[in-house]
Design a binder for this molecule. Structure first.
Ligand SMILES: [Zn+2]
Ligand SMILES: [Zn+2]
Length: 232
């Protein structure tokens, strides 16, 4: 009731073309430029985004899947979600991702299905509590929870941020790695050796945040960690 009333007052318009109805009309959703899938270690092309055999590291990511290039309407949508606090945007972004998955099932989905979904846990890059309080929500957690719901998988906060780091966006690549080091620790006490984790974040830039999260999870016994981002 309240939602439909708000829709009347502030009708949603397409980010791409301004048409009324939703944040992405069918046309503009179809025009999102897909990213090439790359190995999370060397960022060169790789089948399905799986890490190359030679790039595999003990505590490194096993794969990376991203929807689109961080440009145009996809960039605007993520910025609205993150900086303009448009929470409903998360649903549109996940809907577009899943529609794409239906048409182009990724290798990652095969892996999830092989385990019948049982062993996979969806998790998100956590914000520091102070930042989350300021923003009111964690955009990565919103995306991850919607994703888990739609796939019928479990969502869990597996990590917590123990240092309030500088926003990565203001830093160079080498500084980002240093900035994020030791920023996370495990948020749960359960045994993790029997699960695979899919870590969700909004954007992959240098990957230093997701790599650091993966490092903490694998140091604590997780065997397989993939990253999924909306843009790269
Ligand atoms: Zn449009
Ligand atoms: Zn590689």
């Amino acid at each position: 009731m309240l939602n439909s009333f708000l829709d009347l007052l502030f009708p949603k318009t397409c980010i791409g073309c301004g048409r009324f109805g939703g944040y992405f009309c069918t046309n503009c959703a179809g025009e999102i430029k897909q990213t090439e899938l790359v190995c999370p270690f060397c960022e060169r092309a790789s089948l399905g985004g799986a890490v190359h055999a030679v790039c595999k590291r003990r505590f490194g990511l096993d794969g990376l899947w991203s929807l689109g290039v961080y440009q145009g309407s996809l960039r605007v949508a993520i910025q609205k979600l993150k900086y303009r606090w448009v929470r409903e945007m998360a649903k549109d972004l996940i809907d577009i991702t899943l529609e794409y998955w239906v048409k182009n099932p990724p290798i990652l989905l095969d892996r999830i299905k092989k385990d019948q979904g049982k062993a996979w846990v969806i998790s998100a890059v956590p914000l520091h509590p102070a930042r989350q309080k300021w923003r009111g929500f964690n955009q990565s957690e919103l995306l991850a929870k919607l994703f888990a719901q739609n796939l019928g998988l479990t969502y869990q906060n597996t990590l917590k941020r123990i240092r309030n780091t500088k926003p990565q966006i203001k830093l160079l690549s080498a500084e980002r790695k240093q900035n994020i080091k030791n920023a996370f620790e495990l948020a749960i006490s359960r045994q993790l050796s029997d699960v695979s984790i899919l870590l969700v974040d909004d954007v992959w830039t240098t990957g230093s945040t997701l790599k650091e999260c993966c490092y903490v999870l694998k140091r604590n016994g997780v065997k397989s960690v993939w990253a999924l981002t909306i843009a790269r």
